[in-house]
Design a protein around this ligand. Structure first.
Ligand code: ADP
Ligand code: MG
Length: 704
């Protein structure tokens, strides 16, 4: 047997079991060894029967005195009753519907039992405990017992049984981490770590093992970032001069004064543009912090260098909004075009000189001939027919909202140009460095002066009516309202409730989302606000429909807009002053903050109401914190602490999808991995083992 031996040649793996295991991506021995537990039950302490107390979960080492297999008369269930004893007393045990136990256990056997103790009029009792015959090394009881993420048809016991069979083969795994790294950080060798994570003797072995395996993951991720960065710096991009006077004039012509961090961010970008290697920078700033104008300043500088600039937005409305903004500010200096994949796939094209054109060819020609300077649009910009005459910089707004494939396309289209992505997800700087190993980061950490603080209230159920009255009054004054519907998690089917599911991601689907929106919409439009104009948005609607609704909302033809969290509306609706969030406890702080950022964009006082569905001590503390705290970065930090980066930034975004054990918050290990990656990346060829592993890993993540 070796690491590539198929799983079906193991003991007790038939066709069905093999099929179940395949669902967990376990096809061979190597896969099985790399399938790690996600938690452990501590059954190490062995109790004497005399010391057992009601309610505790305990392990006992006992002798089977008596075992009886019977059928319950009422419900036809199989019941096994046993009496077991140690030198301190005896204990009754009951198992339901596990008739095979009577074939495995016999009177006189020495066994371990782990389970919960109950007490009735006849004394102490254990219900359906884990059981295992006494042997030299236990695997299911009397130790730190590994618990695996499972799927239907595979049990914990089965899993442990299988892993135990192949565990000695861990020694055949080649350790690809260079000896010097292992020594430097005193890591466990790979084989020991694999054995130790499955069946650790104690916490120390468990920690050493997990640390080593976490480091593996983090190192590969950081190596990738290092190599990407190195490749980028080898490529050429046009060097852009800094047109200082022109930029200064432009900035002083703005209707407002830039904040210090807007200024700094723009300066950082302009510095990058002066280099002949492609910029790859992330501009992170809270909702409403003014990222667009920073992009505008940099685009102007690009145009002054006689290059074209692109600003790409995730939605039609947003592209329109940017177009209008930049036309107002730059329209007299620069030729600006809008290109979106508008309704009925007719290309919509506008020039800032107010010349409109619906002629596709003309549009493409003008871009190709360099007759426009700044091209604003949606992913329509990624089409084959769009060719630039002299592309100098690409700006992608709300980059996290583009799909993986679109992001890839953007990268390909923009190869050899300067690249700026913008996100409203606040990212603490220290953390950004880890997550985005290949990116430089600029952060706008201040809000423009004069913004009114959004008043946030956690609304108790008995105050709901009052809140509705308040909202009604706001609409009467001409304001508008956003309503965010709760996330609905799919209920587990009855027979799955016993299963342990590795549920990092809440079950979520578009139909449920739609249901949530429609029921809220019905309630508000029929019962609560029958006299107001209520509209809705959900993920099942076509893009054109969504855009139409947003347009109506913007044009004040809708008073109250009900939507899901998924249909994010990053659009400026200054007239909206109320954000109402149902099921607020289900959202992370960073996300709540995003919602809240949609109001408070005008001189009117704005409000955010949180309606929890179910309150726990923890969630109410969290929401109370949100009530007080208006700073997106502080909220993001708190969120990271509570939920981890994958949930906060999206798994794809944080790179966490490629991590199974490690968290990006494992700061010490991340630091070590970064340092190691920096050192090893330039001389990877010297480490054939590591190089091969890295290659295989890269391939595997590309396949996913
Ligand atoms: P976001 O960072 O969310 O993309 P925007 O760029 O849309 O924010 O800016 C939000 C609003 O703030 C816009 O109306 C913009 O004109 C305004 N704004 C931007 N910078 C400033 C500033 N320094 N002072 C005042 N208002 C500003
Ligand atoms: Mg924006």
């Amino acid at each position: 047997m070796n690491l590539t031996t198929p799983i079906s040649s193991l003991n007790r793996v038939g066709k069905t079991a093999a099929a179940h295991l395949k669902r967990l991506n376990i096809k061979n021995v190597g896969n099985l060894l790399s399938y790690f537990p996600f938690r452990y039950e501590d059954y190490r302490q062995i109790y004497k029967i005399r010391d057992l107390q009601e309610g505790v979960t305990a392990t006992v080492l006992v002798r089977v005195e008596f075992l009886n297999n019977k059928r319950s008369r009422r419900r036809g269930k199989n019941i096994i009753e046993a009496m077991v004893s140690d030198d301190s007393g005896s204990l009754r045990v009951v198992w339901f519907n596990q008739p095979f136990i009577s074939k495995i256990l016999q009177t006189g056997d020495q066994i371990y039992l782990s389970g919960k103790i109950s007490v009735d009029m006849f004394g102490v009792k254990m219900n359906s405990p884990h059981y295992e015959k006494f042997k030299e090394r236990q695997s299911h009881t009397a130790r730190l017992v590994p618990m695996y993420p499972l799927t239907h048809g595979v049990s914990q016991k089965q899993m442990r049984y299988l892993v135990e069979q192949v565990l000695p083969l861990a020694d055949k795994m080649k350790d690809w981490l260079p000896e010097e790294v292992i020594e430097k950080y005193d890591f466990a060798p790979l084989s020991a770590a694999v054995r130790g994570i499955h069946f650790p003797d104690d916490e120390i072995e468990l920690k050493q093992s997990t640390d080593r395996l976490k480091f593996n993951e983090l190192l590969l991720l950081q190596l990738k970032a290092e190599i990407t960065r190195a490749n980028r710096t080898k490529r050429n991009a046009p060097k852009m001069n800094f047109f200082e006077q022109e930029i200064k004039n432009f900035v002083s012509s703005l209707p407002y004064k830039l904040t210090d961090t807007q200024r700094l961010s723009a300066w950082e970008v302009l510095q990058d543009l002066q280099k002949d290697i492609p910029m790859n920078r992330l501009l992170s700033g809270d909702v409403g912090s003014g990222k667009t104008i920073v992009a505008g300043i940099c685009l102007l500088n690009v145009v002054l260098n006689k290059f074209q600039g692109v600003l790409m937005a995730p939605t039609e409305i947003l592209a329109n909004q940017h177009y209008n903004t930049l036309c107002k500010l730059l329209g007299d200096k620069v030729r600006i075009a809008l290109l979106t994949n508008a309704k009925f796939s007719i290309f919509n094209f506008q020039f800032s000189s107010k010349v409109k054109s619906n002629n596709k060819k003309e549009v493409f020609d003008k871009i190709k001939n360099g007759e426009v300077d700044i091209i604003i649009g949606t992913h329509a910009l990624l089409g084959d027919k769009v060719n630039f005459s002299k592309l100098g910089m690409v700006v992608v707004d709300e980059q996290h909202r583009f799909g993986v494939n679109q992001r890839k396309l953007i990268k390909e289209k923009g190869a050899g140009t300067h690249f700026l992505s913008m996100t409203a997800t606040p990212i603490p700087r220290s953390f950004a460095l880890m997550v985005y190993g290949d990116l430089d980061v600029s952060i706008i950490s201040q809000m423009p002066l004069g913004r009114k603080k959004i008043m946030t209230r956690l609304v108790e159920e008995h105050n709901r009516q009052k809140a509705y009255e308040f909202i009604g009054a706001q609409v009467k004054q001409g304001r508008q309202v956003f309503v965010i519907c709760p996330l609905i998690e799919e209920k587990l089917k009855e027979d799955e409730t016993e299963l342990e599911i590795n549920n990092y991601q809440p079950a979520w689907n578009v139909s449920l989302e739609k249901k949530s929106v429609m029921s809220e919409y019905e309630k508000l439009s029929k019962n609560i606000f029958p006299n107001l104009r209520v509209g809705y948005l959900h993920g099942k609607m076509k893009n054109e429909e969504k855009d139409l609704i947003m347009k109506k909302f913007k044009d004040k033809e809708i008073d109250i807009l009900v939507s899901t969290s998924v249909v994010e509306v990053g659009v400026d609706i200054p007239n909206a002053t109320v954000m109402m969030i149902e099921g607020a406890e289900r959202f992370g702080l960073a996300q709540l903050h995003q919602f809240r950022g949609r109001v408070g964009r005008s001189e009117y006082q704005s409000y955010c109401f949180l309606f929890p569905q179910k309150q726990t001590q923890k969630s109410s503390e969290r929401l109370k914190y949100f009530e007080r705290e208006n700073n997106g970065f502080k909220l993001a930090e708190k969120d990271l602490e509570i939920r981890g980066p994958g949930d906060v930034y999206g798994t794809a975004q944080s790179g966490e999808e490629n991590l199974r054990l490690a968290k990006l918050t494992d700061q010490e290990l991340v630091k070590k991995a970064r340092e190691t990656a920096k050192e090893l990346a330039p001389k990877l060829a010297k480490y054939p083992g590591l190089k091969a592993k890295f290659g295989a890993w890269e391939k595997s993540i590309h396949l996913e």
